[in-house]
Ligand binder design. Structure first.
Ligand code: SAH
Length: 551
């Protein structure tokens, strides 16, 4: 599924934009120029900078504006034809659809699809795409062109009228309007074999070979040997296949070396197999040739994945690119409802929101879904490793390591509430600090007391998470009492509420004057050391900071 941005510079194209958004199957966001466009999903301020950002992030752009604007904005950054996302210019009434860039990444096909939606005309200028409904240098994903350097010459020979023949089978070539004859001068060959491309033609490898491995000792050399022995090109490998209890560790390693996926295949009888071959010198591995290159997502199952991500305190610009990408690719989101609700809804993505108290069950559910082959993202606020879901998932794994041994697991960090709070007010965490959760749900309060006293005695800054809830009020009162025994009454204290969210508030006070009624579960507290001070910053703002030197 591709990500598409429709870019509007005024209200004229709104209707066309909405029509395209509704009808395309992909994830489409309508972006409108601030103050000029009234109804868009998101807005931007600078057209040129915004277009560049989208383009550099590989997002398909449909500009409902003059092509000149798009060309001038992006010209300085065009350098890699094979990597560029499609860029299309569409007239505001949808009548003209012009693919400008990304001919090799689907721009022409998208132009045709949009023009069907808007009843417009696709202005296709690429000769291959125009005359034969395909581009020889850009085969479908499950084919590889072995001699791309010859594609331009061969395409122009065909356009100039040279006859051609097809040697082998490939639907995308057979379904095109290429004028194949039985004995053409140019040959388009489709073959899994590692052979020299035809002198006057192109060689395509269909990715229709599965490497089935049976033990953890299989090496890349074994695969090389088997392919060589059978004459198969390694470019024709579609996937490493294994079964549910197979050598997963080895499968993953080989797959990453070969840059192909691992697929878990239990039932080979569902596949159209041409032949299955074993080579004596290559230990316990079989080469399986399928009749045609499979749609890889439908071949067996993927290895499931659990990614635990941190959304940061709440502000979108504080989200890391890695987290954004994980959220985009997730099949299923799992998490506490408040946090799942912070993630924009995506078509086709399942959301399993649960109550705050059931972390371990939620973690097990996520792991079980990954066991079924799903890509699961577990959502936390702030950083997932700080009083959050990453530990819950690992606790589940720790209790039952065998059950989830085959899935992939990853933690993507996020900005923690204390970092957000500190940044709003200066640099209170500029020297040593302790981080303590006041919640006694998972630890006895006397441990919390000991830690508060130890941090206070060692004159550390203390960042307090989970200070209170509606019903849990006594801990924060006790904290104040204890800290006043070991710290000066005038110690600076920061209360930061809803950091990076609606209702964001910061409040400076002192330990003696700390009003605990102001504190709720969306508040974090930073209690200064003896050195933490408030200064007057630029524009008369009050800033809180802890110097880097101690004396
Ligand atoms: N993983 C989170 C912490 C979760 S514990 C992180 O790294 O930030 C929940 C506590 O974190 C809350 O009770 C509150 O004390 C603090 N917190 C989380 N988000 C906050 C926010 N946006 N503003 C202020 N405090 C926040």
């Amino acid at each position: 599924m591709q990500r598409i941005a429709i870019v509007l510079l005024n209200n004229k194209g709104t209707e066309t934009a909405k029509l395209i958004q509704q009808q395309l199957k992909d994830e489409v966001v309508i972006w409108g120029l601030e103050d000029r466009v009234d109804s868009a999903d998101k807005s931007f301020k600078e057209t040129g900078a915004h277009l560049k950002e989208l383009f550099e992030n590989g997002i398909t752009i449909i500009g409902l504006c003059a092509s000149g604007i798009l060309i001038r904005s992006l010209a300085p950054i065009l350098n890699n034809k094979r990597k560029e996302p499609p860029l299309l210019s569409v007239s505001d009434d949808g009548a003209l659809v012009v693919p400008l860039l990304g001919g090799l990444t689907g721009a022409n096909e998208l132009a045709k699809e949009i023009s069907r939606i808007t009843s417009g005309i696709p202005a296709i200028t690429a000769s291959g795409a125009r005359h034969f409904a395909l581009q020889l240098e850009a085969p479908p994903e499950n084919y590889v062109l072995a001699n791309p350097e010859d594609a331009k010459r061969i395409s122009s020979d065909i356009l100039n009228g040279k006859s051609l023949q097809l040697d082998g089978h490939a639907n995308w070539l057979e379904d095109s309007t290429l004028p194949f004859t039985l004995d053409g001068e140019i040959t388009l060959r489709v073959s899994v074999f590692d052979e020299t491309p035809p002198t006057n033609g192109l060689l395509y490898h269909p990715k229709s070979i599965l490497i089935e491995i049976e033990n953890e000792e299989t090496t890349l050399d074994d695969i090389d040997t088997a392919c060589k022995e059978l004459g198969i090109s390694k470019q024709a490998i579609a996937a490493i296949a294994t079964n549910k209890t197979g050598p997963m560790f080895c499968a993953k390693k080989l797959a990453s070396l070969l840059k192909v996926p691992v697929r878990i295949v239990e039932n080979y009888s569902e596949l159209a197999i041409v032949r299955r071959a074993k080579v004596a010198e290559a230990k316990d591995l079989s080469l399986i040739e399928l009749k045609s290159p499979p749609e890889i997502n439908y071949l067996g199952k993927a290895i499931g994945k659990v990614t635990v991500i941190g959304l940061g305190p709440g502000k979108e610009s504080w989200l890391t690119p890695e987290v954004k990408q994980a959220l985009e690719q997730a099949e299923i989101l799992v998490g506490y409802k408040t946090y799942v609700d912070m993630v924009p809804v995506r078509v086709g993505q399942q959301r399993l929101a649960s109550d705050n108290r059931v972390e371990l069950d939620r973690a097990k559910d996520a792991l079980d879904l990954a066991n079924q082959g799903h890509n699961v993202v577990v959502v936390s606020s702030g950083d997932p490793g700080i009083f959050a879901m990453a530990s819950a998932v690992l606790e589940a794994i720790d209790k039952n390591p065998v059950r989830w041994q085959n899935i992939d697991f990853k933690v993507c960090p996020g900005l923690s509430a204390m970092q957000g709070a500190a940044s709003l007010t200066g640099a209170p965490l500029g020297h040593d600090f302790a981080v303590i959760s006041l919640s006694d749900i998972r630890k006895p309060f006397d441990i919390i007391e000991k830690r508060l006293i130890a941090s206070a005695k060692s004159d550390m800054v203390i960042a307090i998470y989970n200070p209170a809830s509606k019903t849990r009020r006594e801990q924060v009162l006790r904290m104040k009492e204890l800290l006043l025994e070991h710290k000066a009454a005038e110690t600076n204290v920061l209360l930061a509420k809803n950091v990076g969210r609606k209702g964001e508030q910061t409040h400076f006070t002192s330990l003696a004057e700390l009003d605990t009624d102001m504190i709720d579960m969306r508040t974090m507290i930073i209690i200064g050391s003896s050195k933490t001070k408030i200064i007057k910053g630029p524009n008369q703002t009050e800033l809180l900071y802890t110097p880097r030197d101690y004396d």
